[in-house]
Ligand binder design. Structure first.
Ligand code: HEC
Ligand code: HEC
Length: 332
């Protein structure tokens, strides 16, 4: 009798722990900066700008050229191509980027607004000569010359297009690209059937034996931190020092931002330099402990020796993070 009572109590505990774990992964509301409140007109304008070729030199590209919606909002080539030819890094997804406390693989931008590259002294995709190569003042002037655009800016900001407003509108739209419709989010919000038994086993591995949740932490599935996980260097750069480029702290060599993993099952490539091209390669990398020969590798990376079944369960879990709606965004 006593023994049954203990088992029942333990099961009860396990039950609460499980429920507690689940709600810990609910995506919170996206934080919005005080100087750029959301409004419907602004979001609609940002949506339009994201797909507008006028933001680039010679109308050659838009944001979606390098962040392909159907590829989870990430790069269609292992390294992005801009006006400067092949860049050193792969374009990460903009899905859930509204939660990031620092942007870019090395965290060199403090906000989505700053990331776009419209502020003086901050290069970003619009202004970087090697990317869209645009001139922000002439872009603003050109948009104001289009009555429909000018009207949209006035509706959103109470004033005509300025470089700052262009950045703010784009950021406002990006803050809506949140994977709340993913099966995993439906699961953590109480729909037990939203994910398969294999995915549930994968989720247990993710939080347990496979150690993923040490860095891909709740609730965002990222600690918004930087780690060196021993990704092989590929592409045109001889060496990418990552976070070190920003901090100049030797301990940061080879560290890159922990990505959120949402929609990653739709990516064509993975990691800062696009070194891997499917989730199996990613999971194999973790299973072998990354690159133990890299003296700077994070001590959290250890050999996991996952079985083939465990690997496929983990991948089944990662697939539940995709919000299909975000793979279908297109020009308004
Ligand atoms: C030429 C290709 C290219 C174009 C065009 C481009 N991007 Fe990017 N984007 C990249 C690359 C490459 C990175 C990563 C660069 C790095 O980390 O140094 C990136 C990073 C980002 C990030 C950071 C995500 C994160 O989690 O840190 C956001 C957000 C983003 N881009 C949005 C945009 C927007 C908005 C536009 C249009 C105004 C745009 N991009 C146009 C290639 C491009
Ligand atoms: C020590 C921290 C850490 C641990 C542990 C960890 N990750 Fe990561 N993860 C990262 C960082 C940092 C990156 C980006 C590294 C880079 O680009 O060089 C990353 C990248 C990824 C990517 C590629 C996503 C993208 O946008 O390119 C996937 C998928 C991934 N991790 C899944 C996992 C899984 C599954 C596990 C457990 C088996 C795991 N991670 C364990 C920190 C970690």
């Amino acid at each position: 009798m006593k023994r049954t009572a203990i088992i029942v109590a333990l099961l009860g505990l396990a039950g609460t722990a499980q429920a507690g774990n689940l709600s810990a992964w609910k995506l919170p509301p996206v934080p919005v900066p005080k100087d750029n409140p959301q409004n419907a007109a602004k979001i609609e304008l940002g949506h339009r700008l994201l797909f507008d070729f006028r933001l680039s030199k010679n109308d050659s590209m838009n944001c979606a050229s390098c962040h392909l919606p159907a590829a989870g909002g990430a790069g269609p080539t292992p390294r992005a191509f801009g006006h400067g030819g092949e860049l050193g890094r792969w374009a990460p997804s903009w899905v859930n980027s509204g939660y990031s406390t620092s942007l870019f693989w090395d965290g060199r931008a403090d906000s989505l607004e700053q990331q776009t590259g419209v502020f003086p002294g901050h290069l970003g995709p619009i202004s970087a000569p090697g990317e869209m190569g645009g001139d922000v003042d002439s872009i603003a002037a050109r948009l104001n010359a289009i009555p429909e655009y000018r009207k949209q800016f006035v509706k959103a900001f109470g004033s005509e297009a300025t470089p700052t407003n262009i950045g703010r509108a784009i950021a406002a739209y990006e803050r809506t690209l949140v994977a709340t419709g993913s099966p995993f989010q439906r699961y953590v919000n109480g729909d037990d059937k939203a994910i398969s038994p294999a995915a549930k086993r994968g989720f247990d591995l993710f939080q347990g034996k496979a150690r993923c949740a040490f860095c891909h932490t709740p609730p965002l599935m990222t600690d918004n931190g930087f780690h060196n996980i021993g990704v092989p260097q590929v592409g045109p750069l001889k060496e990418d020092l990552g976070r070190y480029e920003v901090t100049k702290d030797a301990a940061d060599k080879g560290k890159f931002k922990t990505p959120s993993l949402y929609n990653s099952a739709s990516f064509a490539f993975f990691m800062h330099d696009g070194a891997f091209s499917n989730l199996k390669e990613v999971v194999d990398h973790y299973s072998r402990g990354g690159n133990p020969k890299d003296a700077n590798q994070d001590p959290l990376m250890t050999r996991l020796d996952l079985s083939e079944k465990e690997k496929s369960d983990l991948i089944a879990f990662l697939k539940t993070l995709t919000d299909e709606r975000l793979n279908r965004i297109s020009a308004p």
